[in-house]
Design a binder for this molecule. Sequence first.
Ligand code: SPV
Ligand code: MG
Length: 544
Amino acid sequence: MKNKKTKQTQLKELINTNELEFILEAHNGISARLVEQSGFKGIWASGLALSAQFGVRDSNEASWTQIVDMLEFMSDVTSIPILLDGDTGYGNFNNMRRLVRKLEQRNIAGVCIEDKKFPKTNSFLDGDRQALADIDEFCGKIKAGKDSQEIDDFCIIARVEALIAGWEMQEAITRAEAYYAAGADAILIHSKKSDPGEILEFARLWGNRCPLVIVPTKYYSTPTKAFEEADISLIIWANHMIRASISAMESISQQIFQDRSVVDIEDKIANINRIFSLQGVDELDQANKKYLTIPSEYSAVVLAASRGKQLNELTEEKPKAMLNINGVPLLQRLTMEFKANGITDINIVAGYKSEAINIDNVKIINNSDYDSTNELSSLYCAMESFTDNMIVIYGDLLFRNYILRDFLEASGDITIVVDSAAVNTEISGMPDYVYCDKADDRSLFKQDINLVSISESLQKPDNSPSGRWIGMLKVNNDGKDILKSALTELARHDEFSSMTIPDLLNHILNMGNKIKVHYINGHWLDVNDLIDIERAGNFIKTSA
Ligand code: SPV
Ligand code: MG
């Protein structure tokens, strides 16, 4: 679980515990994450490392806003506090005030400033020649920083560079006292010596007046126990992540260059999934599931097993669904329509002259008993391919593209498309009259309409139907299971071989399920006879 304390409080506590604590350098988002994952309780945003990763010198060549921008990335991906190596505060007291406010806004826990002059250079470069800041001026900077902070626990650490610049121990103590009196939360005493002598001496003289922070870069071989015994509060491992990355990148880049191949380095470097995990890809996956409405993936089952006898010699060599309308087979148009709507899992139940169906990227399911069976048997053959979101459609259907697009968005477990304008129009095939609980009021708003029954003939002359089913239905959510169980049940029926989809729909209703109706007004046709072919040709010309 994430630490609930603010990052500022975490840092403050880290500095003030009686235990010796450690923070490690990081210089960008990914290194910051790695530091946290290793178990560190804090991050040192090193000026040396940050400027190095930009490829510039540690001499205030990177602007302070560039540094702060990087800190924002580092802070966003971590939950442990970041202590910024703020060099000299990037100017005078006024720059320091602004820095503190900007750091707080980016949730940085504290800043360490050193008593040198702007622009500073790294302490390990020409240390002796580095001019120290005037004590009073530096105290003013500390006070200004403390006065401008709005978060109580934001830490300002004063770094004493007297020993680096070649001054006596007394100068270091004098400065530390002044900085502490000015409000510093801790003193960082720095040394460039390879033994810890002067640091341990300083600690002894300081006598725990306030927390002491050290950077054992040069005197790294000192056993940690010695620092513990000297009552040091915080150790900064100040540059080890950037150095580790330089070594790794250097050797890998040289090897790739020499080998002219990456085969031998593949196992030596992090794999791509490791990058994804450090970037938090899993969190985005979870968030996608929570917040993004991903359109359901639909499949389609197209019933195309029949010959279409009324079309005589036109269907001698191919099934009706392969009839060319203005040069393109009906099934081809249908698959194009599906693909335009993102439906790529297309299952065509073929029967008569199935070998003539030469459509790319579709699955052909054979109903070998097509001659002696009807629609439900074909649908039954496709049962293995049923998916949770699925369109079932006749293969001889032509419709304007908005019809499928809108239908896919309609809600309901099982939904059918009903043309409310086609009640009285002359039709060639089965009329499939639909009776609904509400007539189509043709409003622009979505209506909640339920199917009451569907029949091939007018039920009662005075009970006019609400429309005609066009031969398109879909299932969502539980709809697939309902459809499957109804189909399985009817398959045991003696008359199953002669049953149609309307028989199935009525059975589903009789089982106590609801079927929703999506009304349209024209803009479709099916092809049953020669007149239909002419109408279809015109339909395509006018819909284009
Ligand atoms: C840094 O990490 O940038 C520091 C520590 O300031 S040192 O490089 O030792 O000066
Ligand atoms: Mg630095």
